[in-house]
Design a protein around this ligand. Structure first.
Ligand code: ATP
Length: 605
Protein backbone atom coordinates (compact mmCIF):
# COMPACT_ATOMS: atom_id res chain seq x y z
CA UNK A 1 0.00 0.00 0.00
CA UNK A 2 2.73 2.37 1.06
CA UNK A 3 4.63 1.66 -2.14
CA UNK A 4 1.62 2.35 -4.23
CA UNK A 5 1.10 5.74 -2.58
CA UNK A 6 4.73 6.64 -3.09
CA UNK A 7 4.53 5.73 -6.73
CA UNK A 8 1.42 7.82 -7.13
CA UNK A 9 3.08 10.79 -5.45
CA UNK A 10 6.07 10.49 -7.70
CA UNK A 11 3.78 10.73 -10.67
CA UNK A 12 2.21 13.96 -9.56
CA UNK A 13 5.27 15.61 -8.16
CA UNK A 14 7.87 14.88 -10.74
CA UNK A 15 6.16 13.61 -13.83
CA UNK A 16 3.68 15.50 -15.83
CA UNK A 17 1.05 13.97 -18.00
CA UNK A 18 1.24 14.83 -21.66
CA UNK A 19 -2.56 14.98 -21.60
CA UNK A 20 -2.33 18.32 -19.79
CA UNK A 21 -0.40 19.74 -22.73
CA UNK A 22 -2.64 18.18 -25.37
CA UNK A 23 -5.74 19.60 -23.69
CA UNK A 24 -4.18 23.05 -23.55
CA UNK A 25 -3.29 22.87 -27.26
CA UNK A 26 -6.85 21.97 -28.00
CA UNK A 27 -8.09 25.03 -26.09
CA UNK A 28 -5.49 27.29 -27.72
CA UNK A 29 -6.63 26.09 -31.12
CA UNK A 30 -10.22 26.96 -30.31
CA UNK A 31 -9.49 30.67 -30.11
CA UNK A 32 -7.83 33.36 -32.17
CA UNK A 33 -7.71 35.81 -29.27
CA UNK A 34 -4.25 36.36 -27.89
CA UNK A 35 -5.50 37.08 -24.38
CA UNK A 36 -7.39 33.81 -24.23
CA UNK A 37 -4.37 31.91 -25.53
CA UNK A 38 -2.30 33.57 -22.82
CA UNK A 39 -4.79 32.50 -20.14
CA UNK A 40 -4.65 28.88 -21.25
CA UNK A 41 -0.87 28.96 -21.17
CA UNK A 42 -0.89 30.53 -17.70
CA UNK A 43 -3.05 27.68 -16.44
CA UNK A 44 -0.71 25.15 -18.02
CA UNK A 45 2.47 26.74 -16.63
CA UNK A 46 0.96 26.98 -13.15
CA UNK A 47 0.38 23.28 -12.97
CA UNK A 48 3.70 22.30 -14.54
CA UNK A 49 6.39 20.97 -12.15
CA UNK A 50 9.48 23.25 -12.32
CA UNK A 51 11.67 20.38 -13.49
CA UNK A 52 9.79 19.94 -16.74
CA UNK A 53 8.66 23.45 -17.51
CA UNK A 54 11.48 23.93 -20.02
CA UNK A 55 10.34 20.86 -21.93
CA UNK A 56 6.72 21.98 -21.84
CA UNK A 57 7.75 25.32 -23.33
CA UNK A 58 9.90 23.87 -26.10
CA UNK A 59 7.18 21.40 -27.05
CA UNK A 60 4.61 24.19 -27.14
CA UNK A 61 6.89 26.03 -29.56
CA UNK A 62 7.06 22.85 -31.65
CA UNK A 63 10.74 22.27 -30.87
CA UNK A 64 13.10 20.56 -28.47
CA UNK A 65 15.73 23.24 -27.93
CA UNK A 66 16.17 26.90 -28.71
CA UNK A 67 16.70 27.39 -32.45
CA UNK A 68 20.31 28.45 -32.11
CA UNK A 69 21.29 24.97 -30.97
CA UNK A 70 20.37 23.66 -34.40
CA UNK A 71 18.84 20.38 -33.18
CA UNK A 72 15.70 19.92 -35.19
CA UNK A 73 12.79 17.70 -34.59
CA UNK A 74 11.40 16.29 -37.78
CA UNK A 75 10.33 13.16 -39.49
CA UNK A 76 9.34 12.48 -43.09
CA UNK A 77 5.61 11.99 -43.58
CA UNK A 78 6.05 8.51 -44.98
CA UNK A 79 7.79 7.37 -41.78
CA UNK A 80 5.07 8.91 -39.64
CA UNK A 81 2.48 7.04 -41.73
CA UNK A 82 4.31 3.80 -41.05
CA UNK A 83 4.26 4.50 -37.31
CA UNK A 84 0.50 5.17 -37.37
CA UNK A 85 -0.02 2.03 -39.38
CA UNK A 86 1.97 -0.05 -36.91
CA UNK A 87 0.10 1.33 -33.94
CA UNK A 88 -3.36 0.88 -35.36
CA UNK A 89 -2.86 -2.18 -37.52
CA UNK A 90 -4.38 -0.29 -40.45
CA UNK A 91 -2.66 -0.69 -43.82
CA UNK A 92 -0.49 2.17 -45.04
CA UNK A 93 -2.52 2.49 -48.22
CA UNK A 94 -5.65 3.04 -46.18
CA UNK A 95 -3.92 5.65 -44.05
CA UNK A 96 -2.80 7.39 -47.20
CA UNK A 97 -6.42 7.50 -48.38
CA UNK A 98 -7.52 9.02 -45.09
CA UNK A 99 -4.68 11.49 -45.32
CA UNK A 100 -5.89 12.60 -48.73
CA UNK A 101 -9.33 13.12 -47.26
CA UNK A 102 -8.27 15.06 -44.12
CA UNK A 103 -5.07 16.66 -45.34
CA UNK A 104 -3.60 16.28 -41.83
CA UNK A 105 -1.95 13.13 -40.54
CA UNK A 106 -2.60 14.36 -36.99
CA UNK A 107 -6.34 14.07 -37.56
CA UNK A 108 -5.89 10.68 -39.20
CA UNK A 109 -3.95 9.43 -36.17
CA UNK A 110 -6.61 10.78 -33.84
CA UNK A 111 -9.42 9.12 -35.73
CA UNK A 112 -7.76 5.74 -36.26
CA UNK A 113 -6.48 5.46 -32.72
CA UNK A 114 -9.92 6.33 -31.38
CA UNK A 115 -11.38 3.46 -33.41
CA UNK A 116 -8.73 1.07 -32.22
CA UNK A 117 -9.31 1.96 -28.60
CA UNK A 118 -13.02 1.42 -28.99
CA UNK A 119 -12.32 -2.05 -30.28
CA UNK A 120 -9.93 -3.08 -27.51
CA UNK A 121 -11.40 -3.89 -24.17
CA UNK A 122 -8.85 -2.83 -21.54
CA UNK A 123 -9.28 0.48 -19.88
CA UNK A 124 -6.47 2.34 -21.52
CA UNK A 125 -6.98 5.52 -19.53
CA UNK A 126 -6.17 3.91 -16.22
CA UNK A 127 -3.41 1.65 -17.31
CA UNK A 128 -1.09 3.90 -19.18
CA UNK A 129 -0.21 7.51 -18.81
CA UNK A 130 1.98 9.21 -21.29
CA UNK A 131 4.27 11.68 -19.56
CA UNK A 132 5.84 14.83 -20.96
CA UNK A 133 9.23 13.35 -20.13
CA UNK A 134 8.55 10.26 -22.20
CA UNK A 135 7.32 12.26 -25.18
CA UNK A 136 10.30 14.57 -24.98
CA UNK A 137 12.75 11.72 -24.54
CA UNK A 138 11.51 9.88 -27.62
CA UNK A 139 11.37 13.06 -29.70
CA UNK A 140 14.92 13.81 -28.64
CA UNK A 141 16.08 10.35 -29.65
CA UNK A 142 14.35 10.82 -33.00
CA UNK A 143 16.14 14.12 -33.54
CA UNK A 144 19.54 12.68 -32.75
CA UNK A 145 19.54 9.20 -34.23
CA UNK A 146 21.85 8.91 -37.21
CA UNK A 147 23.31 6.41 -39.61
CA UNK A 148 22.15 2.98 -40.74
CA UNK A 149 18.77 1.86 -39.45
CA UNK A 150 17.95 5.31 -38.19
CA UNK A 151 14.70 5.46 -40.13
CA UNK A 152 13.47 2.26 -38.56
CA UNK A 153 14.41 3.54 -35.13
CA UNK A 154 12.51 6.76 -35.69
CA UNK A 155 9.41 4.78 -36.58
CA UNK A 156 9.83 2.69 -33.43
CA UNK A 157 10.23 5.69 -31.14
CA UNK A 158 7.16 7.29 -32.62
CA UNK A 159 5.06 4.12 -32.59
CA UNK A 160 5.98 3.58 -28.95
CA UNK A 161 4.49 6.98 -28.10
CA UNK A 162 1.41 6.42 -30.21
CA UNK A 163 0.79 3.14 -28.44
CA UNK A 164 0.62 4.96 -25.14
CA UNK A 165 -1.28 7.97 -26.47
CA UNK A 166 -4.93 8.90 -26.28
CA UNK A 167 -6.43 9.97 -29.63
CA UNK A 168 -6.04 13.66 -28.76
CA UNK A 169 -2.44 13.15 -27.67
CA UNK A 170 -1.72 11.23 -30.86
CA UNK A 171 -2.97 14.14 -32.95
CA UNK A 172 -0.53 16.56 -31.36
CA UNK A 173 2.35 14.11 -31.28
CA UNK A 174 2.05 13.62 -35.02
CA UNK A 175 1.68 17.31 -35.73
CA UNK A 176 4.71 18.08 -33.59
CA UNK A 177 7.03 15.58 -35.24
CA UNK A 178 5.90 16.74 -38.65
CA UNK A 179 6.68 20.35 -37.73
CA UNK A 180 3.00 21.28 -38.19
CA UNK A 181 1.88 22.13 -34.68
CA UNK A 182 0.74 25.58 -35.82
CA UNK A 183 -0.64 26.83 -32.56
CA UNK A 184 0.20 30.37 -33.53
CA UNK A 185 1.79 31.19 -30.18
CA UNK A 186 4.43 33.90 -30.54
CA UNK A 187 7.41 34.11 -28.15
CA UNK A 188 5.97 37.32 -26.71
CA UNK A 189 2.78 35.49 -25.75
CA UNK A 190 4.82 32.91 -23.86
CA UNK A 191 6.71 35.70 -22.09
CA UNK A 192 3.39 37.28 -21.09
CA UNK A 193 2.07 33.97 -19.81
CA UNK A 194 5.23 33.27 -17.82
CA UNK A 195 5.15 36.70 -16.20
CA UNK A 196 1.52 36.22 -15.17
CA UNK A 197 1.98 32.64 -13.99
CA UNK A 198 4.99 33.50 -11.85
CA UNK A 199 4.16 36.82 -10.33
CA UNK A 200 1.87 38.88 -12.47
CA UNK A 201 3.65 42.17 -11.91
CA UNK A 202 4.60 44.57 -14.68
CA UNK A 203 8.06 44.74 -13.17
CA UNK A 204 8.51 41.01 -13.66
CA UNK A 205 7.50 41.32 -17.34
CA UNK A 206 10.31 43.79 -17.99
CA UNK A 207 12.92 41.59 -16.30
CA UNK A 208 11.70 38.56 -18.19
CA UNK A 209 11.89 40.47 -21.46
CA UNK A 210 15.38 41.74 -20.73
CA UNK A 211 16.45 38.16 -19.95
CA UNK A 212 14.92 36.96 -23.20
CA UNK A 213 16.71 39.64 -25.22
CA UNK A 214 20.15 38.66 -23.98
CA UNK A 215 19.45 34.95 -23.53
CA UNK A 216 16.67 33.98 -25.94
CA UNK A 217 15.96 30.57 -24.49
CA UNK A 218 12.39 30.55 -23.20
CA UNK A 219 12.81 27.12 -21.66
CA UNK A 220 15.67 28.06 -19.41
CA UNK A 221 14.07 31.40 -18.48
CA UNK A 222 10.92 29.56 -17.44
CA UNK A 223 12.87 27.06 -15.40
CA UNK A 224 14.71 29.76 -13.52
CA UNK A 225 11.48 31.63 -12.89
CA UNK A 226 9.79 28.51 -11.61
CA UNK A 227 12.69 27.49 -9.39
CA UNK A 228 14.25 30.73 -8.23
CA UNK A 229 11.59 33.35 -8.92
CA UNK A 230 12.39 36.86 -10.10
CA UNK A 231 15.95 36.71 -8.72
CA UNK A 232 16.71 33.80 -11.03
CA UNK A 233 15.70 35.86 -14.01
CA UNK A 234 17.54 38.98 -12.85
CA UNK A 235 20.68 36.89 -12.64
CA UNK A 236 20.57 35.85 -16.27
CA UNK A 237 23.66 37.28 -17.90
CA UNK A 238 25.15 37.41 -21.34
CA UNK A 239 26.86 34.11 -21.98
CA UNK A 240 29.37 33.15 -24.64
CA UNK A 241 27.77 30.80 -27.15
CA UNK A 242 24.26 32.04 -26.51
CA UNK A 243 23.20 34.60 -29.11
CA UNK A 244 21.88 38.00 -28.09
CA UNK A 245 18.83 39.35 -29.93
CA UNK A 246 19.99 41.91 -32.47
CA UNK A 247 19.48 45.63 -31.99
CA UNK A 248 17.57 47.07 -34.95
CA UNK A 249 17.21 50.43 -36.63
CA UNK A 250 14.26 52.74 -37.10
CA UNK A 251 13.94 54.74 -40.31
CA UNK A 252 13.32 58.34 -41.27
CA UNK A 253 12.99 59.76 -44.76
CA UNK A 254 15.73 62.41 -44.76
CA UNK A 255 19.17 62.99 -43.32
CA UNK A 256 18.00 66.35 -41.93
CA UNK A 257 15.26 64.65 -39.92
CA UNK A 258 17.69 62.01 -38.72
CA UNK A 259 20.19 64.60 -37.54
CA UNK A 260 17.45 66.54 -35.73
CA UNK A 261 16.11 63.37 -34.07
CA UNK A 262 19.62 62.54 -32.89
CA UNK A 263 19.91 65.93 -31.20
CA UNK A 264 22.12 67.59 -33.82
CA UNK A 265 25.03 65.17 -33.72
CA UNK A 266 25.49 61.46 -34.40
CA UNK A 267 27.80 58.78 -35.65
CA UNK A 268 27.06 57.95 -39.30
CA UNK A 269 28.18 54.58 -40.59
CA UNK A 270 28.13 52.80 -43.90
CA UNK A 271 25.12 50.51 -44.14
CA UNK A 272 26.66 47.38 -45.63
CA UNK A 273 24.35 45.19 -47.64
CA UNK A 274 25.26 41.72 -46.59
CA UNK A 275 24.35 39.34 -43.83
CA UNK A 276 24.28 40.29 -40.20
CA UNK A 277 26.61 38.15 -38.13
CA UNK A 278 27.05 38.02 -34.38
CA UNK A 279 30.40 36.45 -33.57
CA UNK A 280 31.17 34.92 -30.17
CA UNK A 281 34.77 34.11 -29.34
CA UNK A 282 35.76 32.13 -26.28
CA UNK A 283 39.44 31.29 -26.73
CA UNK A 284 39.58 28.65 -29.43
CA UNK A 285 35.83 28.22 -29.57
CA UNK A 286 33.89 30.41 -31.99
CA UNK A 287 30.19 30.67 -32.77
CA UNK A 288 28.54 32.70 -35.52
CA UNK A 289 24.85 33.57 -35.43
CA UNK A 290 22.49 35.11 -37.96
CA UNK A 291 20.02 37.91 -37.36
CA UNK A 292 17.46 35.20 -36.60
CA UNK A 293 19.92 33.58 -34.19
CA UNK A 294 20.58 30.49 -36.28
CA UNK A 295 23.99 28.97 -35.90
CA UNK A 296 26.05 29.83 -39.00
CA UNK A 297 29.43 28.66 -37.73
CA UNK A 298 29.70 25.69 -40.06
CA UNK A 299 28.76 27.72 -43.12
CA UNK A 300 31.42 30.37 -42.65
CA UNK A 301 34.67 28.69 -41.63
CA UNK A 302 36.55 31.52 -43.37
CA UNK A 303 34.83 34.11 -41.16
CA UNK A 304 35.69 32.00 -38.12
CA UNK A 305 39.35 32.03 -39.07
CA UNK A 306 39.30 35.70 -39.97
CA UNK A 307 37.83 36.86 -36.68
CA UNK A 308 40.20 34.67 -34.71
CA UNK A 309 43.09 36.38 -36.46
CA UNK A 310 41.80 39.91 -35.92
CA UNK A 311 40.76 39.78 -32.24
CA UNK A 312 43.37 40.74 -29.68
CA UNK A 313 41.50 39.54 -26.54
CA UNK A 314 40.37 36.21 -25.07
CA UNK A 315 36.62 36.45 -25.02
CA UNK A 316 34.39 38.73 -27.01
CA UNK A 317 31.00 39.13 -28.68
CA UNK A 318 30.86 41.22 -31.84
CA UNK A 319 28.11 42.51 -34.09
CA UNK A 320 28.78 43.04 -37.78
CA UNK A 321 27.81 42.50 -41.38
CA UNK A 322 29.45 39.98 -43.70
CA UNK A 323 29.66 41.22 -47.27
CA UNK A 324 30.87 39.35 -50.33
CA UNK A 325 33.72 40.94 -52.23
CA UNK A 326 35.15 40.68 -55.71
CA UNK A 327 38.54 39.17 -55.09
CA UNK A 328 40.05 40.94 -58.10
CA UNK A 329 38.87 44.48 -57.54
CA UNK A 330 38.00 44.49 -53.84
CA UNK A 331 34.55 45.84 -54.72
CA UNK A 332 31.61 44.96 -52.52
CA UNK A 333 29.21 42.61 -54.27
CA UNK A 334 25.44 42.39 -53.94
CA UNK A 335 24.04 40.43 -51.05
CA UNK A 336 22.54 37.76 -53.32
CA UNK A 337 26.02 36.33 -53.74
CA UNK A 338 26.22 35.52 -50.03
CA UNK A 339 22.83 33.89 -50.08
CA UNK A 340 24.34 31.15 -52.24
CA UNK A 341 26.29 30.09 -49.21
CA UNK A 342 23.40 29.89 -46.81
CA UNK A 343 22.03 26.45 -46.21
CA UNK A 344 24.90 24.84 -48.06
CA UNK A 345 26.28 21.84 -46.35
CA UNK A 346 28.50 20.73 -49.15
CA UNK A 347 30.96 22.57 -51.32
CA UNK A 348 31.74 25.17 -48.69
CA UNK A 349 35.37 25.23 -49.74
CA UNK A 350 34.42 26.07 -53.29
CA UNK A 351 31.89 28.66 -52.18
CA UNK A 352 34.56 30.31 -50.02
CA UNK A 353 36.81 30.73 -52.99
CA UNK A 354 34.06 31.99 -55.23
CA UNK A 355 32.47 34.32 -52.75
CA UNK A 356 34.86 35.32 -50.00
CA UNK A 357 33.34 37.66 -47.49
CA UNK A 358 34.68 40.56 -45.46
CA UNK A 359 33.27 41.03 -41.99
CA UNK A 360 32.60 44.68 -41.18
CA UNK A 361 32.30 45.02 -37.41
CA UNK A 362 30.18 47.79 -35.95
CA UNK A 363 29.72 46.84 -32.31
CA UNK A 364 31.14 44.95 -29.36
CA UNK A 365 28.79 43.62 -26.68
CA UNK A 366 31.07 41.69 -24.36
CA UNK A 367 34.77 41.60 -23.60
CA UNK A 368 36.76 39.29 -21.32
CA UNK A 369 33.92 38.62 -18.89
CA UNK A 370 32.43 42.10 -19.00
CA UNK A 371 28.99 42.91 -20.39
CA UNK A 372 29.41 46.10 -22.45
CA UNK A 373 25.79 46.52 -23.56
CA UNK A 374 25.02 49.23 -21.01
CA UNK A 375 27.97 51.41 -22.02
CA UNK A 376 27.24 54.31 -24.40
CA UNK A 377 28.05 53.66 -28.05
CA UNK A 378 31.13 55.92 -28.37
CA UNK A 379 32.74 53.97 -25.54
CA UNK A 380 31.92 50.63 -27.15
CA UNK A 381 33.31 51.82 -30.47
CA UNK A 382 36.55 52.90 -28.76
CA UNK A 383 36.86 49.46 -27.15
CA UNK A 384 36.10 47.81 -30.50
CA UNK A 385 38.87 49.81 -32.16
CA UNK A 386 41.32 48.86 -29.43
CA UNK A 387 40.73 45.08 -29.60
CA UNK A 388 40.37 44.57 -33.35
CA UNK A 389 43.38 44.51 -35.54
CA UNK A 390 42.04 45.16 -39.06
CA UNK A 391 42.95 42.64 -41.74
CA UNK A 392 41.87 41.98 -45.34
CA UNK A 393 38.93 40.02 -44.06
CA UNK A 394 37.91 41.88 -40.89
CA UNK A 395 37.35 45.61 -40.92
CA UNK A 396 35.62 48.20 -38.79
CA UNK A 397 32.53 49.87 -40.23
CA UNK A 398 33.49 53.14 -41.90
CA UNK A 399 32.24 55.95 -39.72
CA UNK A 400 32.14 59.70 -39.18
CA UNK A 401 30.81 61.53 -36.16
CA UNK A 402 29.31 64.74 -37.43
CA UNK A 403 26.82 67.54 -36.91
CA UNK A 404 27.33 69.05 -40.35
CA UNK A 405 24.60 68.13 -42.80
CA UNK A 406 26.70 68.89 -45.88
CA UNK A 407 29.46 66.63 -44.66
CA UNK A 408 26.92 63.88 -43.88
CA UNK A 409 25.36 64.12 -47.35
CA UNK A 410 28.77 63.78 -48.94
CA UNK A 411 29.49 60.78 -46.75
CA UNK A 412 26.19 59.23 -47.83
CA UNK A 413 27.07 59.64 -51.51
CA UNK A 414 30.43 58.05 -50.85
CA UNK A 415 28.76 55.10 -49.13
CA UNK A 416 26.59 54.52 -52.19
CA UNK A 417 29.58 54.84 -54.47
CA UNK A 418 31.41 52.24 -52.37
CA UNK A 419 28.60 49.73 -52.87
CA UNK A 420 26.65 50.24 -49.63
CA UNK A 421 22.90 50.59 -49.22
CA UNK A 422 23.08 53.90 -47.37
CA UNK A 423 23.88 54.93 -43.81
CA UNK A 424 22.99 53.92 -40.29
CA UNK A 425 22.98 56.88 -37.91
CA UNK A 426 23.78 56.06 -34.31
CA UNK A 427 23.05 58.01 -31.17
CA UNK A 428 26.22 59.09 -29.34
CA UNK A 429 24.65 60.38 -26.12
CA UNK A 430 24.80 58.87 -22.65
CA UNK A 431 21.60 56.92 -23.42
CA UNK A 432 23.15 55.11 -26.39
CA UNK A 433 23.28 51.62 -24.87
CA UNK A 434 23.00 48.43 -26.95
CA UNK A 435 19.27 47.71 -26.79
CA UNK A 436 19.12 44.00 -27.61
CA UNK A 437 16.02 43.02 -29.55
CA UNK A 438 14.73 46.59 -29.88
CA UNK A 439 13.93 48.70 -32.92
CA UNK A 440 14.23 52.25 -31.65
CA UNK A 441 15.56 55.64 -32.66
CA UNK A 442 18.99 55.04 -31.12
CA UNK A 443 19.81 53.69 -34.58
CA UNK A 444 18.20 55.18 -37.69
CA UNK A 445 18.77 53.87 -41.18
CA UNK A 446 18.69 55.90 -44.34
CA UNK A 447 18.77 54.06 -47.62
CA UNK A 448 19.20 55.22 -51.16
CA UNK A 449 15.83 53.88 -52.24
CA UNK A 450 14.10 56.60 -50.30
CA UNK A 451 14.65 58.77 -53.33
CA UNK A 452 12.91 56.42 -55.71
CA UNK A 453 9.60 54.64 -55.74
CA UNK A 454 7.90 54.30 -52.36
CA UNK A 455 11.10 54.85 -50.55
CA UNK A 456 12.12 51.42 -49.38
CA UNK A 457 11.74 47.77 -49.98
CA UNK A 458 9.40 46.07 -47.58
CA UNK A 459 9.55 42.55 -46.25
CA UNK A 460 6.18 40.84 -46.49
CA UNK A 461 4.87 37.45 -45.45
CA UNK A 462 3.20 35.10 -47.93
CA UNK A 463 -0.11 34.01 -46.35
CA UNK A 464 -1.87 32.53 -49.36
CA UNK A 465 -1.94 32.23 -53.12
CA UNK A 466 -4.21 32.50 -56.13
CA UNK A 467 -4.33 29.86 -58.85
CA UNK A 468 -2.61 30.89 -62.09
CA UNK A 469 -4.43 31.56 -65.31
CA UNK A 470 -3.35 31.52 -68.97
CA UNK A 471 0.40 31.03 -69.14
CA UNK A 472 0.52 30.46 -65.40
CA UNK A 473 -2.03 27.69 -65.34
CA UNK A 474 -0.84 24.93 -63.05
CA UNK A 475 1.19 27.23 -60.82
CA UNK A 476 0.32 30.24 -58.71
CA UNK A 477 -0.74 33.45 -60.41
CA UNK A 478 0.06 35.55 -57.38
CA UNK A 479 0.88 35.30 -53.71
CA UNK A 480 -1.21 37.05 -51.09
CA UNK A 481 1.19 39.14 -49.02
CA UNK A 482 0.79 40.54 -45.53
CA UNK A 483 2.50 42.87 -43.09
CA UNK A 484 2.80 42.03 -39.39
CA UNK A 485 0.78 43.77 -36.71
CA UNK A 486 2.65 43.15 -33.41
CA UNK A 487 -0.08 44.67 -31.22
CA UNK A 488 -2.63 42.21 -32.49
CA UNK A 489 -0.06 39.54 -33.27
CA UNK A 490 -1.53 38.94 -36.71
CA UNK A 491 -0.75 39.28 -40.40
CA UNK A 492 -2.76 41.82 -42.37
CA UNK A 493 -2.89 41.65 -46.16
CA UNK A 494 -1.37 44.45 -48.22
CA UNK A 495 -1.03 43.23 -51.82
CA UNK A 496 -1.15 40.42 -54.32
CA UNK A 497 2.33 39.74 -55.59
CA UNK A 498 2.74 38.33 -59.09
CA UNK A 499 5.67 40.11 -60.71
CA UNK A 500 9.40 40.01 -60.32
CA UNK A 501 9.60 36.21 -60.37
CA UNK A 502 11.62 34.35 -62.97
CA UNK A 503 9.86 31.59 -64.90
CA UNK A 504 11.76 28.98 -62.89
CA UNK A 505 10.75 30.58 -59.60
CA UNK A 506 7.13 30.75 -60.73
CA UNK A 507 7.04 27.12 -61.71
CA UNK A 508 8.60 26.15 -58.39
CA UNK A 509 6.23 28.16 -56.16
CA UNK A 510 3.66 25.41 -55.45
CA UNK A 511 6.46 23.05 -54.44
CA UNK A 512 8.11 25.71 -52.31
CA UNK A 513 4.93 26.30 -50.34
CA UNK A 514 3.75 22.71 -50.24
CA UNK A 515 4.81 22.07 -46.67
CA UNK A 516 3.02 25.21 -45.48
CA UNK A 517 -0.36 24.51 -47.09
CA UNK A 518 -3.35 24.50 -44.76
CA UNK A 519 -6.99 23.95 -45.57
CA UNK A 520 -8.32 27.24 -44.25
CA UNK A 521 -7.08 30.68 -43.42
CA UNK A 522 -4.52 30.64 -40.63
CA UNK A 523 -5.89 32.05 -37.35
CA UNK A 524 -3.23 34.76 -37.28
CA UNK A 525 -4.08 36.00 -40.76
CA UNK A 526 -6.63 38.76 -41.29
CA UNK A 527 -7.81 38.76 -44.87
CA UNK A 528 -10.97 39.72 -46.65
CA UNK A 529 -9.77 38.24 -49.88
CA UNK A 530 -10.53 34.62 -50.37
CA UNK A 531 -7.33 33.01 -51.56
CA UNK A 532 -7.32 29.73 -53.46
CA UNK A 533 -4.58 28.40 -51.19
CA UNK A 534 -3.73 29.29 -47.62
CA UNK A 535 -0.31 29.01 -46.01
CA UNK A 536 1.11 28.99 -42.54
CA UNK A 537 2.52 32.54 -42.42
CA UNK A 538 6.22 31.87 -42.47
CA UNK A 539 7.94 32.83 -45.71
CA UNK A 540 9.20 36.39 -46.00
CA UNK A 541 9.85 38.02 -49.39
CA UNK A 542 11.43 41.37 -50.14
CA UNK A 543 9.11 43.50 -52.20
CA UNK A 544 9.40 46.90 -53.84
CA UNK A 545 6.33 48.84 -54.89
CA UNK A 546 5.50 52.06 -56.67
CA UNK A 547 3.21 53.65 -54.12
CA UNK A 548 1.15 53.00 -51.01
CA UNK A 549 -2.55 53.70 -51.43
CA UNK A 550 -5.69 53.47 -49.33
CA UNK A 551 -7.50 50.24 -50.04
CA UNK A 552 -11.00 48.98 -49.39
CA UNK A 553 -9.94 45.35 -49.83
CA UNK A 554 -6.73 44.99 -47.88
CA UNK A 555 -6.73 44.81 -44.10
CA UNK A 556 -3.27 46.28 -43.39
CA UNK A 557 -3.67 49.08 -40.82
CA UNK A 558 -7.43 49.13 -41.44
CA UNK A 559 -9.10 52.26 -39.96
CA UNK A 560 -5.79 53.83 -38.95
CA UNK A 561 -5.57 56.49 -41.66
CA UNK A 562 -9.18 56.49 -42.72
CA UNK A 563 -12.24 54.68 -41.42
CA UNK A 564 -12.93 51.54 -43.44
CA UNK A 565 -9.72 51.76 -45.45
CA UNK A 566 -6.58 49.69 -45.18
CA UNK A 567 -3.27 50.18 -46.98
CA UNK A 568 -2.17 48.52 -50.21
CA UNK A 569 1.05 48.51 -52.13
CA UNK A 570 0.56 49.31 -55.81
CA UNK A 571 2.60 47.52 -58.46
CA UNK A 572 4.52 45.32 -56.05
CA UNK A 573 7.47 43.47 -57.46
CA UNK A 574 9.54 40.69 -55.90
CA UNK A 575 13.15 41.87 -55.71
CA UNK A 576 14.42 38.30 -56.00
CA UNK A 577 15.41 38.19 -52.35
CA UNK A 578 13.84 35.58 -50.07
CA UNK A 579 14.27 36.98 -46.58
CA UNK A 580 14.77 33.65 -44.93
CA UNK A 581 16.93 35.41 -42.36
CA UNK A 582 13.72 37.00 -41.05
CA UNK A 583 10.98 35.34 -39.10
CA UNK A 584 7.44 36.33 -40.06
CA UNK A 585 7.27 38.48 -36.93
CA UNK A 586 10.26 40.41 -38.22
CA UNK A 587 8.50 41.37 -41.45
CA UNK A 588 7.63 45.00 -42.09
CA UNK A 589 4.98 46.03 -39.58
CA UNK A 590 1.66 47.65 -40.31
CA UNK A 591 2.88 50.62 -38.29
CA UNK A 592 5.95 51.01 -40.50
CA UNK A 593 3.70 51.02 -43.57
CA UNK A 594 1.54 53.72 -42.00
CA UNK A 595 4.70 55.81 -41.47
CA UNK A 596 5.80 55.17 -45.06
CA UNK A 597 2.36 56.18 -46.29
CA UNK A 598 2.50 59.45 -44.34
CA UNK A 599 6.04 60.26 -45.46
CA UNK A 600 5.09 59.67 -49.04
CA UNK A 601 2.22 62.14 -48.71
CA UNK A 602 4.62 64.62 -47.14
CA UNK A 603 6.94 64.34 -50.08
CA UNK A 604 4.27 64.65 -52.73
CA UNK A 605 2.57 67.51 -50.91
P1 ATP B 1 17.30 46.06 -43.80
O1 ATP B 1 16.48 45.18 -44.69
O2 ATP B 1 17.16 47.53 -44.08
O3 ATP B 1 18.71 45.62 -43.63
P2 ATP B 1 16.60 44.91 -41.30
O4 ATP B 1 15.20 44.85 -40.77
O5 ATP B 1 17.25 43.68 -41.75
O6 ATP B 1 16.60 46.01 -42.43
P3 ATP B 1 17.43 46.98 -39.55
O7 ATP B 1 17.82 46.86 -38.15
O8 ATP B 1 16.20 47.69 -39.85
O9 ATP B 1 17.51 45.55 -40.20
O10 ATP B 1 18.57 47.77 -40.33
C1 ATP B 1 19.87 47.66 -39.90
C2 ATP B 1 20.53 46.50 -40.59
O11 ATP B 1 21.57 46.99 -41.39
C3 ATP B 1 21.18 45.58 -39.59
O12 ATP B 1 20.32 44.51 -39.24
C4 ATP B 1 22.46 45.11 -40.29
O13 ATP B 1 22.20 43.86 -40.90
C5 ATP B 1 22.68 46.13 -41.39
N1 ATP B 1 23.87 46.98 -41.21
C6 ATP B 1 24.81 47.22 -42.16
N2 ATP B 1 25.73 48.06 -41.73
C7 ATP B 1 25.41 48.39 -40.45
C8 ATP B 1 25.99 49.23 -39.48
N3 ATP B 1 27.10 49.93 -39.72
N4 ATP B 1 25.38 49.30 -38.27
C9 ATP B 1 24.26 48.62 -38.01
N5 ATP B 1 23.65 47.82 -38.89
C10 ATP B 1 24.22 47.70 -40.12
Amino acid sequence: MKNKTLKYLRVIIRDMEYAAIAETYSLVESTTKRLEMTDYLVELFKKTPPDVIDKVIYLTQGKLYPDYMGIELGIAEKLAIKAVSRTTGIRESEINELLKKHGDLGLVAEETIKKKRQMTLFSFEEEKKLTVEKVYENFDKMARVEGGGSQEKKIQYLAELLNLASPLEAKYIIRTVEGKLRLGIADMTILDALSIAFGGSKELRSFVERAYNIHPDLGSIAKRLAKEGIEGVKNIKIELGIPIRAMLAERLPSLEEILAKMGGKAAFEYKYDGMRIQAHIGGEKIWLYSRRLENLTEQFPDVVEAIKGAFKGDEGIFDGEAVPVDINTGELLPFQVVSHRRGRKYGIEKAMEEYPVVLFLFDILYLNGEDLTSKPYPERRKILESVIHETDRVKLATQIVSSNIEEIKKFFNKAIEDGCEGLVAKNVGEESIYRAGAREFLWIKYKREYKVEIGDTVDLVAVGAFAGKGKRRGTYGALLMAAYNPEKDRFETVCKLGSGFTDEQLAYLPKKFEALLIDKKHPRVWSELDADYWFVPKTVLEVIGAEITLSPTHTCARDVIEKGAGLAIRFPRFTGRWRDDKSPEEATTTKELVEMYKNQIKKIG
